[in-house]
Design a binder for this molecule. Sequence first.
Ligand SMILES: [Zn+2]
Length: 46
Amino acid sequence: MMRYVCGACAKDVNTEEIKKRIRCPYCGNKVLFKKRPDIIKKVKAL
Ligand SMILES: [Zn+2]
């Protein structure tokens, strides 16, 4: 599952929430960053 992070409030945004419109459901920001699996692995390693 691809996940995104809001560029404004830094909250996790699921693809289920943005399949209609690409924007943050929390603050309405349109700039979202893709959360890559390799970054998630590094976080788990810590
Ligand atoms: Zn946001």
